[in-house]
Design a protein around this ligand. Structure first.
Ligand SMILES: *Cc1c(COP(=O)(O)O)cnc(C)c1O
Length: 418
């Protein structure tokens, strides 16, 4: 159970060498706790399994953009995949290398394009003809040449939750294969653009290899067709989306993924890029929360905790299942079936449903596999300040984001003068 980095010892849950109750005592709850060793191990696993196959692992910042995490991943050799000017600024503030940063997203503004051109990013993953025109004009105005790759939509079913499936032709993402060739010709003819690659991203939390293989094969056909047209690419970016185990999923082993890439792209000289988000950070974090009240009832038992959908929205938004662990074993308690709910005034405010646990008021719970798409999706609904985040490294604890101050919430608001 649990992971190598969050383990039970003598009835208490630890993050590396630190007992979670010590963190709750010192920093309060709700609190995100990350393991530096887990992050390091995940980055090493990518670099080892994909060594000689994938040249650049661009961490998808949107999975968890804390500066400490970005900085650590940069030091571990990662580039970045960004989807906004804000994420670009985060990468730069964290000491990330713009020359290893790719810019994805369907709605890049001119201001964001300008910032990325000034920073000197590796490439723009362009998602429409209209965006291409805007980018060409912006680069020309600045006297710059924008490196361009098109995100193509391979129209494959990634067999994941519909909200996180992106590679079907009815999704808003990417350009179709039919369109792509014409757009490449257009881009190649413009002096403010330099065609450098091709990109795809077919969805998230994918646990089947077949959709990746199918999409990669389609991508290769396009690369060959472009080559026949005189357009030679420098890189092929196969996107992110690799799934993790929340409950009983079987993630694709990275070595198997690497072998698939070697099979499909055998004999090709383009550099391969990847854009993993979740797989690099999900296992490295837990959300620590305290039980405020127990409300056993006739039809349901509720454990009301101090974390809410404002801290972790995945269960509500994606019907996601996260493991919930009692931080301290309650030997005396009887197990009951509990819904773990937050204080927010919404019936959908739950972190977990129907969990057999022995609980007492005041107990701590840890919501597992909460390193990705968790803190980063936090909100201030119900005027709730966002949780603090700490990084554990062996027996050391560093606060990497302070708990938000209540006054900060209305700092930029203004009362009418009359
Ligand atoms: C979200 C996203 C990723 C990362 O997805 P994961 O499922 O977290 O690996 C990669 N590339 C693009 C373009 C994305 O939007």
């Amino acid at each position: 159970m649990m992971t190598n980095f969050f383990q039970e010892r003598n009835g208490t849950l630890y993050a590396e060498e630190v007992a979670l109750p010590d963190i709750a005592e010192r920093f309060g709850t709700p609190c995100y706790v990350y393991s530096r060793a887990a992050l390091t191990a995940a980055a090493h696993e990518f670099h080892t399994a994909l060594d000689g196959t994938v040249d650049l692992v661009c961490y998808a910042v949107k999975a968890n953009g804390n500066l400490a995490i970005l900085n650590l991943l940069a030091r571990l050799g990662c580039g970045f995949d960004i989807v906004s000017g804000g994420e670009l600024a985060r990468v730069l503030a964290a000491g990330g290398d713009p020359a290893k940063t790719v810019f994805s997203g369907v709605g890049k503004t001119v201001a964001e394009m300008e910032a990325a051109l000034h920073a000197g990013i590796l490439c723009f993953n362009v998602e429409s003809a209209a965006e291409l025109s805007a980018l060409a004009a912006t680069a020309a105005r600045l006297g710059k040449v924008a490196p361009v790759s098109f995100r193509v939509n391979p129209d494959v079913d990634a067999k994941t939750h519909p909200y996180i499936s992106t590679g079907l032709k009815e999704n808003k993402f990417g350009v179709s294969f039919d369109e792509a060739q014409m757009l490449y010709r257009q881009a190649a003819a413009l002096s403010s653009l330099r065609v450098t690659g091709v990109d795809m991203h077919i969805g998230s939390q994918i646990t089947e290899l077949a959709p990746y293989r199918e999409a990669a094969e389609k991508l290769l056909q396009l690369v060959k067709a472009l080559e026949a047209d005189g357009i030679v690419l420098e890189h092929i970016d196969i996107g992110g989306g690799l799934g993790v185990r929340y409950r009983d999923e079987q993630p694709i082993p990275l070595t198997v993924f690497a072998q698939m890439l070697r099979d499909v792209f055998a004999g090709r000289s383009e550099r391969l890029f990847m854009e993993p988000g979740r797989r690099l950070v999900a296992d490295a974090g837990v959300l620590l929360t305290r039980i405020l009240y127990l409300k056993p009832g006739a039809s349901k038992n509720f454990a009301v905790v101090d974390a809410a959908m404002t801290d972790l929205i995945r269960p509500v938004l994606y019907e996601a299942w996260h493991p919930v662990w009692a931080v301290t074993k309650n030997a005396a308690g009887n197990e009951k079936i509990w819904d773990i709910v937050g204080p927010v005034c919404e019936s959908s405010d739950f972190l977990a449903q129907a969990r057999p646990l022995a609980l007492r008021e005041g107990d701590l719970l840890a919501v597992g596999v909460a390193g990705a798409y968790a803190m980063v999706m936090g909100s201030n609904y119900n005027a709730r300040p966002r949780a603090c985040e700490v990084m554990v490294d062996g027996d050391e604890i560093t606060m990497i984001r302070a708990r938000e101050k209540i006054e900060k919430l209305w700092e930029s608001e203004q009362i009418l003068q009359k």
